[in-house]
Design a protein around this ligand. Structure first.
Ligand SMILES: Cc1cc2nc3c(=O)[nH]c(=O)nc-3n(C[C@H](O)[C@H](O)[C@H](O)COP(=O)(O)OP(=O)(O)OC[C@H]3O[C@@H](n4cnc5c(N)ncnc54)[C@H](O)[C@@H]3O)c2cc1C
Length: 388
């Protein structure tokens, strides 16, 4: 009997929350999905995040399809509990997961199937592919002049675990996204002698919850409202809930909260930064401009010689080697389509986890998983019905 594209499984690249959710949603619709994960276990990125990390989104609004998180995890789920949840999730949904397999390249075959090149010369044929390799794939360091000659201790935030190695030290944290803000607070609370925080763009800071109401719920409610209106409400909320830190070197931002979100900058959820700045335990300083041997040069001309520099300067998607040749990425290297929409020139190729909405990425991942599965299952369901 001749094989058809539907005899091949759907390959899901990446065994993080995005890949697991998509595989579970597919399986629940009777579509065989095989997850390929390059590390030796699911949830690899969560295994290596810093120790004190808790979700900034609520337990209920962060669960993946088909399995709630236990109440015992509390409202703000700890990193280790999220890892346990992902392990349980894979087991509960009986997902087919192959670990230790990295996909290097994805190609379209003439018959409409997808050919995956993977570790050890493997060639795998799928009827469709879900790319879930992560928004935070590869640590990004800016192209700072003079960095090679710096010679001091410098690491990317992805390698930071806890404040222990920095006790009694002078540390410069670069970048005030959620990660930089939390690491600065962690260092200040954990015994560093001096913590400075280099700020290029003043962030919007929001309380994780106000009178029991989580910031994430507001994010969900306002998501579809006009940007200008949300900016105005955000400004009002900030004046009511967040103290003015101008005297401490962190003025209020001059562009609206939602305008920034639309440019890709999620507000910083306060988990200790405000108190640390007010107490003088974290000192905001100007952006890092360049390096000299043994010195960091700031945009205002100040030269610093910290014991360590921690660069919380973000990540790259790094999709080019995998998919760059397929003309499915935009000029910033992000997929042109996400969720249930495949790029018009690449039917059967799906992306999940590549948007960073104000409503929470895990929630988005859960929604996208169901949509992708529904879309992918359609022809399959029709085929099964027509056979019967
Ligand atoms: C510090 C931090 C805190 C966050 N906190 C929250 C939060 O509170 N709430 C929220 O909603 N979101 C949060 N996010 C955002 C988002 O939910 C997480 O990043 C989440 O892990 C994204 O899931 P993912 O599956 O898309 O990516 P990842 O978790 O990064 O998983 C991708 C997987 O793909 C594997 N992989 C990559 N390339 C290949 C390849 N070529 N072949 C095979 N395998 C591959 C990786 O090993 C990894 O296991 C946070 C992100 C970070 C960095």
């Amino acid at each position: 009997m001749a094989t058809t594209s539907h005899d091949h499984p759907v390959y899901v690249i990446g065994g993080g929350p995005g890949g697991l959710a998509a595989a579970a949603a597919l399986r629940s619709r009777g579509v065989r999905a095989v997850v390929l994960e390059k590390s030796d276990a699911v949830g690899a990125s969560w295994r290596s995040h810093y120790d004190r990390l808790h979700l900034h989104t609520t337990r209920r609004l962060s669960a993946l399809p088909g399995l709630p998180m236990p109440r015992s995890f509390g409202r703000w789920v700890a990193r280790a509990d999220l890892v346990r949840y992902l392990e349980k999730y894979a087991e509960f949904h009986e997902l087919e997961i192959v670990t230790g397999v990295e996909v290097d390249r994805v190609e379209r075959a003439d018959d409409g199937t997808w050919l995956l090149h993977a570790t050890g010369g493997r060639r795998l044929t799928g009827r469709a592919v879900v790319v879930a390799t992560g928004f935070n794939h590869t640590p990004r360091l800016p192209d700072w002049p003079g960095l090679e000659a710096y010679g001091g201790d410098l690491l990317h935030a992805s390698a930071y675990r806890n404040p222990e190695p920095y006790a009694g030290k002078d540390v410069l944290v670069v970048g005030v996204g959620n990660t930089g803000a939390e690491i600065a607070a962690d260092l200040a609370e954990g015994g560093a002698a001096r913590v400075r925080l280099a700020v290029r763009t003043v962030p919007h800071i929001v309380r994780r919850s106000t009178a029991g109401w989580p910031a994430q719920r507001t994010g969900i409610l306002v998501r579809r409202l006009p940007v200008g209106l949300v900016d105005k409400c955000g400004e009002l909320m900030a004046r009511l809930a967040v103290p003015d830190l101008s005297a401490h070197g962190l003025p209020r931002p001059d562009t609206g909260l939602y305008s920034r979100v639309r440019e890709g900058a999620i507000p910083v959820q306060d988990v200790g930064l405000i108190d640390a700045i007010r107490a003088g335990r974290v000192e905001p300083v100007a952006a890092v401009e360049s390096f000299e041997p043994g010195k960091v040069v700031l945009a205002d001309g100040t030269h610093l010689s910290p014991d360590s520099v921690i660069a919380a300067t973000g990540y790259r998607r790094a999709l080019e080697p995998l998919l760059g040749h397929l003309d499915v990425l935009d000029d910033r290297g992000r997929p042109r389509t996400t969720g249930p929409k495949s790029p018009p020139n690449a039917a059967g190729l799906y992306f999940t986890g590549f948007t960073n909405p104000i409503s929470g990425m895990l929630r988005e991942i859960a929604i996208d998983a169901e949509r992708i599965a529904k879309h992918l299952a359609k022809p399959h369901e029709k085929r099964v019905a027509s056979k019967g």
